[in-house]
Design a protein around this ligand. Structure first.
Ligand code: SF4
Length: 381
């Protein structure tokens, strides 16, 4: 298949659904975690769950970079902008995420802080070049996929001698989050039979880093693309592994992911960053070796070193279930605030803000609504 329409073909989807239904054993459950928020949105947008047999369920994982950022880091960013009067630059979704005391970057901007939404790291460099008298801080977030552009910006700033550019680094690492989820799986955590591995992240790190999931935890992994047929084919591959008693890392997304990943990008990341001993993830707590900071060679461009700040411990919004949703132990409709008052126009937590968040997916595509609320089709008897 070469064109996007072919990955959304109704006839192929129907045949895949029939094959999955025929091969899934009725006497067992198939609980498959889609790690990535992009998969969650594909599942909801195209109604993939409704095409699955009742004993195959998708469990939403913590693969939304905005959602997993703990409130304390947003509080920290706001403090950077307000206490040091820097120009703080970041991506759009992050602007509306609630921080402590119902603050957000957008509200801090409305109160007078110089906070700007950017589309790429090139925008940040441009702002730094155009404003030599102001300190410009890039609030960097994201999984392995968004890390190389930050590395390029750091190297460019160094090469140009930009002394008013620095990075507030919040890049996180996927394998560590998977390790934590699987370590806590079981009676007190989430029950998992298989993992749909992230696609964009895997283009960078390759499929090899997931081996520990199969070898250490006995859970099969299929790296899955983002289109609905990708997700369905990956679900079938997991069903077949489970039926056969196999436990392997398979790659459905072969058009973009190799076993080794992107070696050039990996080398760039290794040069510019070091692994933090631990980092807090929303919902998962402090995880060892789970995030990046600038390497010592670039410490002078590290905003945390350059601008020490003071802020109080973060306060979660009462009733928001984002942490449990990110662990896969609750769904958005378990949250009492879902839909009233929490909606994309009035988000109470990160999972409703982000374009990859589970609550936003439930709300935007309306598939949470009970059958009784759907319009009834009159029969013509
Ligand atoms: S519905 Fe809103 S308040 Fe509830 S978990 Fe989702 S984001 Fe948090």
């Amino acid at each position: 298949m070469k064109y996007i329409d072919e990955f959304r073909d109704k006839g192929l989807a129907r045949r895949l659904a029939e094959t999955i239904a025929a091969e899934a054993h009725p006497g067992r459950d198939y609980r498959l975690m889609e790690f990535c928020g992009g998969h969650t949105h594909a599942i909801f947008r195209y109604g993939v769950q409704h095409l699955m047999p009742p004993n195959l369920s998708f469990i939403h994982g913590p693969g939304c970079p905005v959602c997993v950022l703990p409130m304390a880091r947003i509080d920290h960013a706001i403090a950077l902008a307000t206490q040091h009067d820097v120009t703080l630059c970041t991506y759009g979704d992050l602007m509306r995420v609630p921080a402590s005391e119902r603050k957000s970057l957008l509200k801090a901007k409305a109160d007078g802080a110089d906070i700007r939404m950017i589309y790429s790291t090139q925008d940040v460099l441009r702002i730094a070049r155009e404003n030599p008298d102001r300190q410009v801080v890039f609030f960097a977030i994201g999984f392995e996929t968004t890390t190389p552009p930050t590395a390029v910006a750091v190297k460019t700033a160094r090469a140009e001698g930009l002394t008013n550019f620095s990075v507030f680094c919040n890049h996180v690492l996927t394998p560590s989050a998977l390790q934590t989820i699987l370590s806590t799986a079981g009676p007190d955590g989430v029950q998992l039979d298989g993992i749909l591995g992230p696609s964009h992240v895997s283009t960078l790190i390759g499929s090899r880093p997931y081996r520990f999931v199969a070898e250490q935890f006995g859970v099969p992994v299929v790296i899955a693309g983002f289109e609905p047929l990708d997700v369905m084919q990956s679900a079938l591959m997991l069903v077949r592994q489970l039926n056969d008693g196999r436990c392997e890392v398979e790659n459905q997304y072969t058009r973009a992911v190799s076993e080794e990943g992107n070696r050039k990008a990996q080398a760039l990341i290794d040069e510019v960053f070091r692994i933090r001993p631990e980092f807090e993830w929303r919902g998962l707590g402090f995880l060892p070796n789970s995030a990046l900071a600038l390497d010592d060679a670039y410490a002078d461009l590290d905003a945390e070193e350059r601008f020490p700040v003071e802020f109080a411990p973060a306060k979660e919004i009462k009733g928001c279930e984002c942490p449990a949703i990110l662990r896969g132990v609750k769904t958005p409709t378990d949250c009492k605030l879902f839909g009233n008052p929490c909606t994309p126009d009035n988000p109470m937590g990160s999972c409703m803000v982000s374009s990859e968040g589970a609550c936003a997916a439930y709300w935007s595509y309306g598939r949470f609504r009970a059958a009784s609320l759907q319009p009834k089709v009159e029969s013509r008897s």
